[in-house]
Ligand binder design. Structure first.
Ligand code: SF4
Length: 278
């Protein structure tokens, strides 16, 4: 099956492709639903996803001014309550005052469209644009790992390419991305940007889109890294085992988040997924 002309590339499907071309094919081209959980215990995994979704909704409403800091949050105990208190006590420091939550941007790329929905973009006109992404993963990823993720590369690149309505004349060096961790609110990861990285991201993303669009094998290559299969719902289909990986180990597995998230092109708002993320 070839790539539809209206296919939308985003950080999740590109990350799937980078992690495993076969997963990209099964999930985004064939849109094959497969009855398996991404991680065990399944109920705990589901609860984490739902808590993460709820946290994103709360913060969105707070940024919009719909709810105040004093608004009682139910339940009063548990991860969601802890994250909410952490957000109120230690939000990302030094953000510009103009806060734009849930912004969607897109731009043409190699004959297709690249799209991203941002948790928050904070703008200081003519000076800087800060991308904030809320993460509710249990563990903080090791320094440097996030800079290679498709999310980082797509978000910063696309803001420069498509954010000129928000920030006329925006230059790469004026962009920064902050990953804020609800379980580590005092240890955000700040990733500045520059023209060199912008050029590199443009090349990489273009090459990926061209490569994907040019594939026509009946079965795309399976990843050689079988550890990725532990948190992939297609593992039994691929003959890579039948048991899901342990949720306690999930944060170290790049495979979990995109695999767990529903498909953007199917109309589901995967950026609201709470992200067992890494
Ligand atoms: S089970 Fe492994 S080989 Fe199969 S799609 Fe998932 S990651 Fe790829």
């Amino acid at each position: 099956m070839s790539l539809p002309a209206d296919f939308l590339f985003n950080q999740a499907n590109l990350q799937d492709y980078v992690d495993c071309p076969r997963r990209f094919q099964l999930r985004h081209l064939l849109q094959l639903a497969w009855p398996a959980v991404a991680a065990e215990p399944a109920d705990e995994y589901e609860a984490q996803v739902q808590d993460g979704e709820a946290f994103h909704r709360l913060v969105h409403q707070h940024v919009l001014g719909i709810i105040a800091a004093e608004t009682p949050i139910l339940p009063e105990a548990g991860p969601l309550a802890d994250w909410w208190r952490a957000y109120l006590a230690s939000p990302p420091a030094d953000l510009p005052a103009m806060l734009l939550p849930e912004v969607t941007l897109s731009a043409p790329l190699a004959g297709y469209r690249l799209i991203a929905k941002y948790d928050l973009i904070a703008i200081e006109p003519d000076r800087r644009a800060i991308i904030v992404d809320w993460k509710t993963s249990a563990r903080r990823p090791r320094p440097g790992w996030l800079s290679e993720r498709m999310q980082t590369r797509v978000y910063r690149y696309l803001l420069v390419r498509a954010g000129t309505d928000l920030f006329p004349g925006l230059q790469p060096a004026q962009v920064e991305m902050i990953y804020w961790f609800a379980n580590y609110p005092d240890q955000p990861e700040r990733l500045p940007y520059d023209a060199t990285q912008f050029e590199a991201d443009g090349r990489l993303l273009t090459e990926l889109v061209v490569e994907i669009a040019g594939r026509n094998e009946p079965i795309f290559p399976l990843t050689d890294d079988v550890t990725r299969c532990r948190f992939c719902t297609y593992r039994s289909l691929c003959g890579r085992g039948i048991t899901a990986g342990d949720l306690d180990e999930a944060d170290d597995q790049a495979a979990v988040p995109e695999e767990a998230a529903p498909d953007w092109t199917a109309g589901f708002d995967f950026e609201q997924i709470g992200e067992i993320v890494f």
